[in-house]
Ligand binder design. Structure first.
Ligand code: SF4
Ligand code: MG
Length: 337
């Protein structure tokens, strides 16, 4: 199936007082229609910046796009005018954030906010129809007593309900793609599960494509079909959820998995954090960016950055361990890590 979204060699630099931060360094991935893809990695790996660039929400400057493209429905979003983007944002691509308060206006009733969004993208719709659509959307996201809730302000909603309202707002125009950046991080575990289940349900019912940005691999398994693992501004592994969980091919992915509690894990198996921290993207290393933290590092890793290669069907990884010469190299050059 054709991709709805295709990110090709995306490069994003931030001009700061300290210098140029290379936040995204040649990222490639695609999202098919109706597919849910997770982008996973520690904070600062470039996942949120990638998400924002799809919505063209980065201010330029300080941000600067290098070569590369983001094709959506056959058009390059990076080449669109701001006016064209305004038509796409909220209408064809919507985004929800960790903190609903960044998207909800505290001084406007929830119902009016949702209706505003609908009317903005449907210029010929009557207010009555917009009201009905808003009501339907609140029902869709499982908000009880939606008529009453329409008349309330964001502060009258609980955290979980606010998140639902924000999802309702994002969905009101039936976008083709929903981008959720850490949508459940601020919520307690039960509510978190409900919101993820809600997103899954919407994806099934409306055939919406979803990009879920998260630092927590634990929330990915139930929600997504495919995973893109990012590290230091690059994609280091991609694969189906099943492949990533049962057969991870990159040492960083393996490290991430050890930080997640799992049902199939032996009760005694400890959760192990990955030691060390990601490299400074003001001055990215020449070799594999995971080298200083990698238990399997070889000599070659320090000087040469591995490319993303197919390692199994439908699974890619950027790691020298998959190079045919790796075995020999490992024997010949024990690491100094
Ligand atoms: Fe580790 Fe080398 Fe693979 Fe990088 S390329 S993840 S340092 S083994
Ligand atoms: Mg983030």
């Amino acid at each position: 199936m054709e991709n709805l979204l295709e990110v090709n060699d995306l490069q994003i630099t931030f001009h700061t007082y300290a210098g140029k931060v290379q936040a995204v360094r040649g990222v490639n991935f695609g999202v098919k229609k109706g597919e849910a893809v997770a982008i996973v990695g520690e904070s600062g790996c470039g996942k949120s910046v990638t998400a924002k660039s799809i919505m063209r929400l980065l201010e330029t400057p300080p941000a600067e796009y290098g070569k590369g493209s983001i094709n959506f429905g056959g058009k390059d979003l990076l080449k669109m005018s701001e006016k064209e983007m305004q038509r796409i944002r909220g209408n064809e691509i919507s985004m929800i954030f960790q903190d609903p308060m960044t998207s909800l206006n505290p001084t406007t009733k929830i119902g009016s906010q949702i209706m505003e969004g609908i009317l903005k993208h449907n210029k010929n719709m009557s207010r009555n129809d917009a009201y009905e659509r808003a009501l339907e959307t609140l029902k869709l996201v499982g908000i009880p007593q939606p008529e009453k809730r329409m008349q309330q302000y964001p502060h009258e909603f609980s955290g979980g309900m606010r998140q639902r309202a924000m999802i309702a707002m994002a969905l009101a125009c039936e976008p083709k793609l929903l981008i959720a950046d850490e949508p459940t991080t601020a919520l307690d575990v039960t509510i978190q599960a409900q919101i993820l289940e809600l997103m899954k349900d919407i994806q099934r019912r409306m055939d919406t494509s979803i990009i879920l940005i998260t630092h927590d691999l634990g929330v990915v398994a139930e929600t997504c079909e495919r995973v893109v693992v990012m590290y230091a501004g690059k994609v280091v592994e991609t694969g189906t959820v099943e492949a990533i969980f049962s057969n991870p091919q990159h040492p960083y992915t393996r490290g991430l998995l050890k930080t997640v509690p799992r049902l199939d894990m032996e009760k005694t198996a400890p959760l192990v954090p990955i030691i060390g921290s990601p490299p400074d993207l003001l001055d990215p290393p020449k070799g594999c960016p995971f080298y200083p933290r990698c238990e399997s590092a070889m000599k070659v890793c320090k000087g040469h950055d591995p490319e993303l290669e197919v390692v199994e069907e439908g699974q890619t990884a950027a790691c020298w361990l998959h190079h045919p010469m790796a075995k020999a190299a490992q024997l010949q050059a024990p690491t100094n890590v």
